[in-house]
Write a protein that binds this ligand. Structure first.
Ligand code: ADP
Ligand code: MG
Ligand code: MG
Length: 246
């Protein structure tokens, strides 16, 4: 049973269909690429999953149970988290403060002091195998580690399904490798990752399956190990691509 299933999703803006009966399903512990040309509907689908837009029709199921996601809060309650590139972190605060303080402050449970925060963070980072100090100030870390802090924060909020949109776009080759080894650890721990990217080399390196959309429609889902670049590209651009070479 998939951890996440989106079934028959339809969405129109001002009478123009943007998603037409889209199906998308993610398993526990997999990295699942979502691909398609510009305007294929990927962002809209993810915005429906995270409660930014509501679908005109269709269902979202988490572990087989239908859920209603009307806000980002609802998404988080269903263990779905969007990994933003950097915007949700406060650069002048420490890693620990970024992960715990802002959230704990909102609860009625009272404030965690910095020491508690640091201890919890240390444990979390250790579990995740991330080699940064909880007391490190975020702005002094490389961009790759900002993203890991962001991911650690999501996991501290019980996220099980992480959405990453072009996560390597501002990373160096070395930072990308560090992120990928981190993603592999998350996978091994049973987290699921929706990976949006145009980088085919990266998708074949890190993803288990790939779902392709075109013109607001679901086209296919393939195992990365059982497909190849040419097949994927022809699905992305459609038959006219093949025909163009006939
Ligand atoms: P992708 O992320 O695959 O590039 P999008 O989901 O961003 O595709 O866009 C799919 C289509 O929906 C595009 O034609 C886009 O112009 C349209 N669209 C997206 N958001 C809106 C909106 N808020 N209002 C009107 N049209 C939109
Ligand atoms: Mg786009
Ligand atoms: Mg997009």
């Amino acid at each position: 049973q998939p951890i996440l299933e989106m079934r028959g999703i339809n969405k129109a803006f001002n009478g123009i269909t943007v998603l037409n009966d889209v199906n998308f399903s993610v398993k526990k512990g997999e990295v699942h690429a979502l691909m398609g040309g510009n305007g294929a509907g990927k962002s809209t689908l993810m915005k429906i999953l995270t409660g930014v837009y509501s679908a005109d029709s269709g269902e979202i199921l988490i572990e087989g149970k239908p859920v209603s996601i009307k806000s980002y809060d609802d998404a988080q309650k269903n263990n779905i988290s969007m990994i933003f590139q950097e915007f949700s972190l406060i650069p002048t605060l420490s890693v620990a403060q970024n992960i715990y303080l802002t959230r704990e402050k909102k609860t009625s449970l009272g404030l965690l002091d910095d020491k508690d925060c640091e201890m919890k963070t240390e444990k979390l980072l250790e579990e995740l195998g991330v080699d940064i100090k909880p007391t490190e100030i975020v702005q002094n870390l490389g961009v790759g580690y900002w993203q890991m802090t962001e991911i650690a924060k999501a996991l501290s909020q019980e996220a099980k399904i992480l959405i990453m949109d072009e996560p390597t776009s501002s990373l160096t080759k070395n930072e990308t490798e560090i992120l990928f080894s981190f993603i592999n650890k998350l996978k091994a721990k049973g987290y699921s990752i929706i990976y949006i990217s145009h980088r085919m080399d990266e998708i074949f390196q890190i993803c288990d399956r790939i779902t392709i959309m075109r013109d607001g429609r679901y086209i296919t889902t393939e195992k990365c190990s059982e497909t190849n670049l040419d097949t994927v590209i022809s699905h992305i651009v459609g038959m006219q691509f093949d025909q163009a070479f006939e």
